[in-house]
Write a protein that binds this ligand. Structure first.
Ligand code: FES
Length: 138
């Protein structure tokens, strides 16, 4: 019988690209689960705009605020609305369904009816492209 600690077991869970069901894969010796993905040209978004892209099966919303980029999962933690279609006020996005507010820079929930943060992702600029990666399973 396979005997793994909880940490060892969790470190071997990977999500398939098409869906979100976890599958066990052999340990890949520290290779990152998600590589950096080109999201959009560095100059394609105006401040206050966003774009949603698929990152390994997760919809990720990338926002440009004050010439910097931030990425959060495009899902409201209250009831699953696509948060990127909400209204942006400063660095807060307002859920279009029931009005919960989240900080786009950190994913932190700022007002009910949501009480859980949204996952946020690292962003970088590389060769004129905004890149993002899902680091949740590193
Ligand atoms: S789905 Fe976002 S506040 Fe309800």
């Amino acid at each position: 019988m396979l005997s793994l600690s909880k940490h060892e077991w969790l470190s071997q869970i990977h999500f398939d690209r098409a869906g979100r069901s976890p599958v066990l894969k052999p340990n890949d010796n520290g290779k990152k689960m998600s590589d950096w993905i080109d999201a959009v040209d560095e100059n394609a978004l105006a401040n206050g705009e966003n774009i949603v892209i698929d990152v390994d099966g997760t919809d990720v919303a990338i926002f440009k605020i004050d010439d910097k980029f931030y990425a959060i999962e495009d899902v409201c933690t209250h009831d699953g609305a696509e948060i990127a279609s909400g209204r942006l006020e400063g660095d807060e996005i307002i859920c279009p369904r029931h009005g919960a507010r989240f900080c786009v820079k950190t994913g932190e929930v700022k007002s009910p009816p949501a009480y859980e943060n949204i996952d946020c992702f690292p962003v970088r600029i590389e060769n004129g492209k905004v890149q993002v990666r899902d680091n949740r399973w590193d």
